[in-house]
Design a protein around this ligand. Sequence first.
Ligand SMILES: [Zn+2]
Length: 462
Amino acid sequence: MVRTLIRNATIISVDPDVGDLRRGDILIDGSKIAAIAPSIEADDAEIIEAANRIAIPGFIDTHRHTWESLLRATGPDWSLAQYFTGVRVVMGGLYTPEDNYVANLLGALDALDGGITTLYDWSHNNNSPEHADASVQGLKDAGMRGVFGYGNANAEWFPPNTIATNYDDIHRVRKQHFPSDDGLVTMAVASRGPQFTTLDITEKDFLTARDLGIRITIHVGDGLWGLNRPLVQLDSRGLLKDDTTYVHCNTIGDDEFKLIGATGGTGSIAPEVEMQMGHGLPPALRFLSAGVRPSLSIDVVTTVPSDMFNAMRALLAGTRLMVHRRALEERTTVDPLPLTSRDVLEFATLQGAKACGLDHKTGSLTPGKQADIVLINTDSMNLIPMNNPVGAVVEFANVGNVEAIFVAGKARKRNGKLLDLDFPAFRRRVDAHRDALFARAGVPTDGSWVVTPYEEEPKSEF
Ligand SMILES: [Zn+2]
């Protein structure tokens, strides 16, 4: 068994029983964390000298449409309705299976490079079994921990939509690619839900996932689409359980948050996307009022950057903006500020693991858990002097400070560079797929693509 000793790091474990160590050692034995202590002797281990480094658990992104990575930065000025046109009406149906593969590999490596060691791939452009196979392979080939959330084909996403989910393919993918739940990448069902399809189809999605013994994620409460009481609808069929993660939740009612809390559900907030595109206010405080500690997600790199540092900062600023605004209107001040940097670091790590059903394996630096570890180099102009490690990670660090990453004990990034990657060759492959895709769509790549907002048909009974 290969043993690695990370020595003299500042350790933020996100495990209350382990706590923080201003200076300590982490012993990795094979895929697991064997010990964390102020000083560890391990003569046979490879030593990684980590003075002036902060060790944190790898970040966990609980919801990303990774296949959209080829569309990076197309929509920083798009509303949600423009995004729907650009991504769904124009691009989704034009993807080849190999586009899905390259995009998923790119998106996963991009996440990993920024310290995200577990990625929930909310995969909703599986236009054929070959597309699904390619999506799975792209995620697996990145060499990180992941959850493949099987979503629908592009054509099944135009609301209101009565095309049934391809249940045969969900069963096939489970059997062919995920025969056990012990791999680095596991499977879940990413259901359209009652905002985008019928309640009958949604019920069948949920029952299929439970029949296969895998978790569920679902978008609820994003913008005007979320006002049709999705949680109440799900509850009317008895579908709310603790195996489900509810993404966004910006425009659902307080009673709907209570339903999530009472049934053991988990949440995923994509703070910057929600504030930029019109989903609504990031609902961290509403989740907490319902007894749910949410996780964080990136969602779409058409619009926002891939990294968790940005998501943590967006959530802190967005949440505090709301309470400060109310206080100013009431001619008062806020003290103490709601939500701490330690809270959002926990959302970005341990709560993400819980939302993926993986907290027994990852999400904190805990002896016995998998060694998913990020080392942040604080020997950097933006991080000296080091006065507050947790505050520095959340408010001051960036991807450029992510020096080393371990996934299941295996080094995936060292000295600031991803390992096992020929970047120039990969870049050529990415560019070739981007060029061909955009040429098929007849869309420019210089930022001049103008998109008209998608106009939805009436929801009727949905
Ligand atoms: Zn989403």
